[in-house]
Design a binder for this molecule. Structure first.
Ligand SMILES: *[C@@H]1O[C@H](CO)[C@@H](O)[C@H](O)[C@H]1NC(C)=O
Ligand SMILES: *[C@@H]1O[C@H](CO)[C@@H](O)[C@H](O)[C@H]1NC(C)=O
Ligand SMILES: [Zn+2]
Length: 487
């Protein structure tokens, strides 16, 4: 008897703790009118865990299971091969692949186009997003070359969709992953040294972090439930206060968030959030979130979208919720090619693409053009004049003034090398620069270049400086080109 009492006591303690934990750290669940309160209220009435789980299962009726989701992703790809590719970015704690659908007219190819990502089901108990992701992918496929918006997106953006970041949490009917970790608190933080231990980091978080390093996303959105609002950085404050904390691109984020809420069925009519948008820290600060990490370390402008007050609306309402969000989702993705400034950066002497930096005067934030194609994509709030600054070590900085309107603006930069004394003695600057660049790229991406490889490269470098080899290269290039034009 005493033993039973003890267990009950421990159970109630942990439930009280859970509830405290929930209200203290939820993003999008702080004042949940609907579902989330049910298990806690129920647990106060000492319902057993099993009963609780059954209730959750009843709510999940009609939603795709993890294996349904995998089948749906593969079926989508099977149906839409011409504009899609599927790949997995890793596995969850329980080994479920984290499938991504890439939608583009050239899926998997590196092109001078911006990339957007959607991430659904970050919290296991917020499943609406994962359903909408499949509806979005299929809508794009069905409407490509029929609807101008679908065509615009497929032809000009690489859209990557991860329907579920947390399949384990979904199948366990809980917010955290299989290790009880809230994945939206598991990223490194700008203010506090939390989550810096790589061994402690969850596999789902690791997968997202390396994905962001692999693919240069210009913007993204994660989908949550429990509220109806478009949330933008910063999510945290330096002093942990609950107050508006603007990031350098506050205006751009307000523009993006308003674009979403304004195109939504009724998000902008919110009584709780002015215009249906909010600064994260103003709502309530969180630390280790995915959104801020994307902006700081990924060069990616991410919104956190709360798309449904009810975390588990009946499955027969999902199609309606998709209709409410459809225009917003499409507009947000299309904003990558309907606004901001885009272009490529080349060197004036040899025309090579340069992996340069792009900054805007007055905004303390820098993006980089890609290593290979040197394209950059900089979102900006329309209606202003900006000074765009392109910098690259060894080249003269260039600044151009532009006026951004609600339309795509293209701006290429051609940077002139700073002539140094050393350059004058190089027999063929273009070839030398190129081999130097190749060397830089190789040594950067492979930190452990072996000594032999260095020697081989040095030897090649020496050879390439010799005219004979240069000529040989030119001949080979000509042959290659001819072959291409004959195809
Ligand atoms: C938006 O519409 C849904 C569905 O009709 C409703 O439940 C919700 O309260 C509405 N929200 C606002 C802010 O109008
Ligand atoms: C610009 O941002 C960096 C962090 O990204 C910060 O260290 C630096 O102090 C900022 N500079 C200014 C002038 O605010
Ligand atoms: Zn959430």
């Amino acid at each position: 008897m005493a033993h039973l009492n003890n267990s009950l006591f421990i159970l109630s303690l942990s439930l009280i703790f859970l509830q405290f934990f929930h209200t203290a750290v939820a993003r999008g669940g702080q004042r949940d009118p609907g579902f989330v309160d049910i298990p806690y209220a129920a647990s106060r009435r000492h319902l057993s865990e099993e009963n609780h789980f059954q209730k959750l299962n009843a709510l999940a009726r009609g939603y795709m299971t993890n294996s349904d989701l995998e089948k749906a992703i593969k079926a989508f790809h099977g149906r839409c091969r011409h504009i899609s590719r599927i790949y997995s970015i890793g596995r969850s704690v329980l080994g479920v692949p984290l499938w991504v659908m890439e939608i583009s007219n050239n899926p998997g190819k590196e092109e001078a186009k911006p990339a957007f990502k959607f991430v659904g089901n970050v919290h296991g108990d917020e499943p609406v997003g994962r359903e909408l992701m499949l509806l979005l992918a299929n809508w794009l496929c069905d409407n490509y070359n029929k609807d101008p918006m679908a065509t615009l997106i497929v032809d000009n953006v690489h859209l990557h969709i991860l329907p579920s970041m947390n399949p384990d949490g979904f199948s366990l009917r809980r917010r955290g992953n299989a290790n009880h970790v809230d994945l939206n608190r598991d990223f490194p933080d700008q203010f506090f040294s939390i989550n810096n231990d790589i061994d402690e980091r969850q596999p789902e978080t690791k997968a997202i972090m390396s994905w962001i390093k692999d693919i240069r996303f210009t913007a993204s959105a994660s989908l949550h439930g429990g509220a109806l609002v478009a949330n933008y950085p910063w999510d945290g404050t330096k002093d942990k206060s609950k107050s508006y904390y603007a990031c350098p691109d506050d205006e751009v984020f307000i523009y993006m968030a308003k674009l979403y809420s304004g195109s939504h069925y009724n998000m902008s009519l919110s009584k709780e959030f002015d215009a249906g948008i909010t600064n994260g820290a103003y709502w309530y600060p969180i630390y280790g979130g995915m959104q801020d990490w994307n902006y700081i370390y990924g060069g990616c402008f991410e919104l956190t979208l709360e798309i449904s007050d009810n975390k588990w609306p009946p499955a027969n309402e999902l199609h309606m919720i998709w209709e409410y969000n459809k225009r917003s989702m499409l507009d947000l993705v299309a904003s990558l090619v309907k606004s901001g400034v885009h272009g490529r950066i080349f060197s004036s002497d040899c025309g090579y693409p340069l992996p340069a930096s792009i900054a805007i005067k007055g905004i303390n934030y820098t993006i980089k053009s890609s290593e290979t194609l040197a394209d950059y994509h900089r979102l900006l709030a329309p209606g202003h004049q900006y000074e765009v600054v392109a910098t690259m070590p060894g080249y003269k900085t260039r600044t151009t003034t532009i006026v951004v309107k609600e339309e795509l603006m293209t701006l290429d930069f051609i940077l002139e090398p700073e002539i140094t004394i050393a350059d004058r003695f190089l027999p063929n600057r273009c070839v030398s620069r190129r081999s130097l660049n190749i060397f830089a790229v190789i040594s950067k991406s492979h930190m452990q270049v072996s000594l032999t490889l260095i020697l081989v490269l040095a030897f090649l470098f020496f050879l390439m400086k010799r005219k004979a080899i240069v000529n040989h290269f030119k001949v080979r290039k000509l042959i290659r080109q001819r072959r291409v034009s004959a195809v």
